[in-house]
Design a protein around this ligand. Structure first.
Ligand SMILES: Nc1nc2c(ncn2[C@@H]2O[C@H](COP(=O)(O)OP(=O)(O)OP(=O)(O)O)[C@@H](O)[C@H]2O)c(=O)[nH]1
Ligand SMILES: [Zn+2]
Length: 197
């Protein structure tokens, strides 16, 4: 686990306030560098862990070979998992974000809450929406040993709605398809049907 250097964040936030021309010593701002450091340590906690660490932390599985036998095509889909993240280009908020994770179990299943915990932790990094999907897929593949994983991420980007091009309401949907979700059109169709239901 990597350590997040809160003291250094505090110093830099103080520098930003000075560069903006505000007075970091005025009463309203005096504790702001510390607050921001605490907030960054919280919202970027996922930087302290690699994807392999996250797989180890949340890799709670149950052997269920009698339910899922090879070559199975029964899927587990968890959808409408709310997450927040921050884009790595502006460190601005990605919001109204939901994630759907599907996989075809091979003899073992992952504890359901762990899917949401994995989605949360990879989001707590400076991210790209596309990489959130890739990171989740990689960890789910490692934990479940399933080759067949799909992740759909939907969200709005603060850097496109509150600044810059300013297009509120614009939603981005990204898919990450692995194994049969990529190669089997019927399976992909069933995934989409369930996703929309
Ligand atoms: N593909 C992808 N792009 C993203 C994501 N988050 C932010 N971006 C984009 O990253 C790009 C950065 O572009 P730059 O031209 O370097 O930065 P900028 O001058 O602030 O760009 P504008 O946002 O167009 O004002 C922008 O087009 C953002 O919309 C993401 O999750 N995925
Ligand atoms: Zn951005």
């Amino acid at each position: 686990m990597k350590k997040i250097d809160k003291k250094k964040i505090e110093e830099h936030v103080k520098g930003i306030l000075e560069a903006l021309g505000d007075d970091p010593d005025r009463p309203g701002l005096v504790d702001t560098p510390k607050r921001v450091a605490n907030m960054y340590a919280e919202i970027f906690l996922g930087l302290a862990y690699t994807n392999d660490d996250i797989a180890d932390m949340y890799g709670v599985t149950f052997d269920e070979e009698d339910i899922y036998t090879e070559p199975g095509s029964d899927m587990v889909l968890m959808k409408d998992i709310d997450i927040f993240s921050h884009c790595e280009h502006h460190l601005s908020l990605m919001y109204n974000m939901t994630v759907a994770v599907a996989y075809i179990p091979r003899e073992k299943v992952i504890g359901l809450s762990k899917i949401a915990r994995i989605a949360d932790m990879v989001s707590r990094r400076p991210q790209l929406q596309e990489r959130i999907g890739k990171d989740i897929a990689e960890i789910i593949q490692k934990v479940t040993q399933s080759h067949d994983v799909a992740v759909i991420v939907k969200g709005e980007h603060g850097c496109m709605t509150t600044r810059g091009i300013k297009k509120p309401g614009t939603k981005t949907i990204t898919t990450t398809l692995r194994g049969r979700f990529k190669s089997d059109d019927a399976l992909y169709g069933r995934l989409m049907e369930l996703y929309r239901s």
